[in-house]
Design a binder for this molecule. Structure first.
Ligand code: ZN
Length: 228
């Protein structure tokens, strides 16, 4: 399993709230909430097509043959979809909440949220499912929103560990529940298609916050619901 773990730098993993607070304190512009870099820094479409042609040549094939002429355009369009997470701030999905919870104070668990992401080390697909839970305080969020949060963070260049904690922290910061639990199981194409060629292996990561981390009974219940 060690081979499956991606190493990564301790990069800008701080929350938006922390980053905004730092920016305010320093008097610098607030960080952009969507993941996308400034518009001016995006390449022209022609540059993107040329880059895809270069990669086709690198395979040994001929980008001018009939079956491949339109491929750069298709790749460009599919990138828009696969990387649509850069256009959104998934935290915004959580801002509309319902406060009439009728005294409900048990775990809310959404299991088996299927997602496709892309590993940032090899740009190969990571396909898996996320289980997301929280223990509400006084408000809940529409369940489809939890799936949207997963998708928003998945559709970027990612590493699974970071994605797991980004989802958990977003829920914690916006909903401020008593606890959050996120477990992700995924298969990494960079392991199953190439490299160590280990089909069928999957990587499991988790990020637990608040009572789901600290209270043994709640943690057990969460893990039982996720495994069950
Ligand atoms: Zn990889």
């Amino acid at each position: 399993m060690d081979d499956a773990r991606h190493t990564h730098d301790a990069d800008c993993d701080g929350s938006w709230v922390e980053r905004e607070a730092l920016a305010r304190a320093a008097g610098t512009p607030l960080p952009r909430r969507g993941g996308r870099r400034p518009e001016a820094d995006l390449p022209e479409e022609d540059e993107v097509r040329a880059a895809v042609r270069t990669l086709i040549r690198w395979t040994g094939d001929n980008p001018d043959r009939e079956g491949l002429v339109d491929t750069p355009d298709r790749v460009m369009r599919s990138y828009r979809e696969m990387y649509a997470g850069y256009d959104v701030d998934p935290r915004e999905y959580l801002e509309r909440t319902f406060e009439e919870v009728g005294g409900y104070d048990e775990l809310i668990v959404l299991k088996d949220i299927r997602f496709v992401s892309v590993c940032e080390h090899h740009m190969l697909p990571v396909i898996g499912k996320a289980h997301v839970a929280y223990l509400p305080t006084d408000r809940v969020v529409g369940i489809s929103k939890l799936a949207r949060v997963v998708r928003g963070y998945a559709r970027r260049l990612q590493i699974q560990e970071k994605m797991t904690s980004e989802i958990a922290k977003a829920i914690q910061e916006v909903l401020q529940p008593q606890g959050v639990g996120v477990v992700i199981e995924a298969e990494h194409s960079c392991m199953t298609l190439r490299g160590v060629n280990a089909p069928g292996t999957s990587l499991t990561t988790s990020h637990l916050i608040g009572v789901i981390r600290d209270d043994g009974r709640t943690r057990e219940e969460f893990l039982r619901l996720v495994r069950g």
